[in-house]
Design a binder for this molecule. Structure first.
Ligand code: SF4
Length: 620
């Protein structure tokens, strides 16, 4: 084992070599390892080193799974740096939407994109796809270059455009040849994506090492992937869309589907509906294959397709959403049908399913995060057997100088969410921001609160450049916001906890010095939570509140709080605006760097301003 040769930098930082060694040992000995190190430690470079050393020694392939596109880009940066020192094949793959050259200049909604691409490809309307076999050698050379010196996303787009081929096809073929494949979670955990990732729909997983970055998100990811929701408004919009696209038969079938759902809803007083009876009732009313046929008709939209694409008319969007819902209704074995506020949901009571069995089928697995503790709760939350999983937390934390201030005079607790409370929170944000000339990150618990706080606070932040996250940003828009924030000193970023700016972002040393975390984002009571709680009760799990509600909310807050820490020695001020951060149950979950120098009290705007000025005058 030669770790130095597979490390992209001249020397390891404190703790990184040991971290890489532990990952090497786990990967070489067919183990499952839970590895924890704080933000700014340099986990990615060390994990690549350890996994690559074991992978090359044993002939295993490494699949590196990330939650967000920006996290993938960071891994790609580490890989291309390492490839300059140690040759190996690697590739990254985003979703097709991110690569499509054909959609440029057109407004194609993301939800319509899969349909848009497959229609264009199957009807020979996409020259970027058709050109792939026609420029054979040039295309092969491009794939070879891509896998030997992994380019960034924009470089790959530029090169593909110059050859006039689909960049997704280049990346897809590079991925199959890669020793290290970097992909979003869904390529790993959606069985239908296996041919893309492994080049086969029944791959030999016993030769694959899986590294999962930011693994604390896994349960949330499985919940989202295994559930579906359909609001009555969306169903109305789908009927309208079908009529507008002259799909009269589909519109009539959608009206019939809507009445069936309404009848079920009106008949049941509780939130849990009997899924099988609903399907049976629909089959009795319309015939056995009716629902399947409807899902197929909606997903293909064949009647309207030529008009939509060739004449650039309206593309189906809501229709496709209803079709996805019906497919989940018919195919989800564990899923239960529930009433949601203003609609319906298919919810999986045990979203992690047989994750334990999946991991055991691999050569090895490494689950990494900065916020896993308490690790035994995390292990159980993923349905893993603690005896099968080794845990490793690096003993070397980068020395950081973080002062944490908890203001107990405010809270985003649902019952206390009044206009007066929002004003109090805004005044505190304004006061802290005015008291520092460092960049400030404000992390709200939801998009709704983010919008309100930005609106109220921004009126009093005159002169400070403001940038803000929103719920439907494309990766390019997110990247522009990130660059704008990083390039203008004193900027203020408004973002959400658990969003794309609060995890895995690499804010430069000087760009963010102060972080304000507003509220603890505990999930509101919902049928989704009830079903998971009752499933946990059935297996005798006693810490379901900690597992499903408190810990995920605390992790989101702590991840956001650590955004400004990118290297050892970093100084920073963290302001936690919610009295619940002062509770013992939350404090005991805090990572040591956050709880080491902590003051709490009802400081009010003036007190927070004074604390902020004092901190920055002491740490200049
Ligand atoms: S094949 Fe590529 S370029 Fe063509 S529509 Fe699909 S993603 Fe876009």
């Amino acid at each position: 084992m030669n770790l130095e040769e597979r490390f992209a930098y001249g020397s390891f930082r404190a703790g990184q070599r040991e971290f890489a060694e532990r990952i090497y040992e786990a990967c070489a000995s067919n183990s499952i390892l839970l590895a924890e190190a704080m933000s700014g430690f340099g986990k990615t470079a060390a994990a690549l080193t350890g996994a690559l050393a074991a992978g090359e020694e044993k002939g295993f392939r490494i699949v590196y799974a990330c939650r967000t596109k920006r996290q993938i880009q960071r891994v790609v940066e580490e890989i291309s740096r390492l490839q300059a020192k140690h040759q190996f094949k690697a590739a990254a793959l985003f979703s097709k939407y991110d690569y499509c050259l054909l959609r440029r200049g057109k407004s194609i909604p993301q939800e319509s994109f899969g349909w848009y691409c497959s229609f264009n490809v199957s009807n020979n309307l996409c020259t970027y796809f058709m050109n792939v076999p026609l420029v054979g050698e040039e295309f092969s050379r491009m794939v070879e270059r891509t896998v030997n010196s992994t380019p960034g996303h924009l470089d790959l787009m530029r090169e593909s455009e110059s050859v006039h081929v689909c960049p997704y096809e280049v990346a897809r073929l590079a991925l199959v040849q890669a020793q290290v494949a970097v992909v979003p979670y869904h390529y790993v955990f959606d069985k239908r994506a296996a041919p893309v990732l492994f080049g086969s729909d029944s791959p030999d997983l016993s030769k694959a090492i899986l590294v999962v970055d930011e693994a604390h998100n896994l349960r949330d990811f499985f919940r989202g992937a295994n559930s579906a929701a359909l609001s009555t408004g969306e169903l109305d919009a789908a009927i309208e869309e079908a009529r507008a696209m002259l799909m009269d038969d589909a519109a009539a079938s959608l009206v019939a589907f809507q009445s069936s759902l309404k009848a079920v809803r009106d008949m049941s007083s509780g939130w849990l509906l009997d899924k099988n009876s609903v399907i049976q009732a629909i089959r009795e009313a319309h015939g056995v294959p009716w629902l399947q046929n409807l899902a197929f008709e909606l997903s293909s939209c064949s009647g309207a397709a030529w008009g939509s694409i060739a004449y650039e008319r309206r593309l189906p969007a809501k229709i496709l959403r209803v079709s996805d819902f019906i497919i989940k209704l018919l195919t989800s074995n564990r899923g239960v049908l529930v009433k949601l506020q203003g609609g319906f949901g298919i919810v999986d009571p045990d979203p992690v399913g047989d994750f334990d069995g999946y991991l055991k089928g691999l050569a090895a697995a490494v689950l990494m995060s900065a916020t896993i503790s308490p690790s035994e709760v995390f292990i159980r939350s993923l349905g893993l057997k603690p005896s099968n999983v080794a845990s490793y937390e690096t003993s070397v934390a980068p020395r950081v100088q973080v002062r944490t201030v908890v203001d107990t005079g405010v809270s985003t607790r649902f019952k206390l969410r009044t206009p007066e409370m929002l004003t109090k929170i805004s005044e505190r944000i304004v006061s802290v921001t005015h008291a520092t000339d460092s960049g400030v990150g404000v992390f709200a618990p939801s998009y709704a609160l983010l919008d309100e706080l930005r609106r109220t606070a921004s009126r009093h932040l005159g002169g400070r450049p403001l940038v803000s996250e929103s719920s439907k940003l494309s990766s390019q828009e997110a990247s522009d916001i990130f660059d704008e924030f990083s390039s203008r000193p004193n900027s203020v970023l408004f973002a959400v906890q658990g969003g794309r700016f609060s995890e895995g972002e690499d804010f430069k040393e000087s760009s963010m010095g102060t972080v304000i975390v507003v509220g603890l984002s505990l999930p509101p009571p919902s049928p989704v939570l009830y079903t998971e709680y009752s499933s946990m009760r059935r297996i005798g799990e006693r810490e379901s509140y900690l597992m499903l509600s408190l810990l995920p909310a605390a992790r989101k807050a702590f991840q956001a709080a650590g955004r400004h820490i990118r290297r050892p020695g970093k100084k920073g001020l963290v302001v936690l605006l919610d009295s619940r951060f002062d509770q013992a149950s939350v404090k005991q979950l805090m990572p040591s760097w956050l709880g080491e120098d902590l003051v709490s009290g009802d400081f009010g705007p003036d007190g927070l301003g004074t604390l902020t000025r004092e901190f920055w005058s002491d740490h200049r």
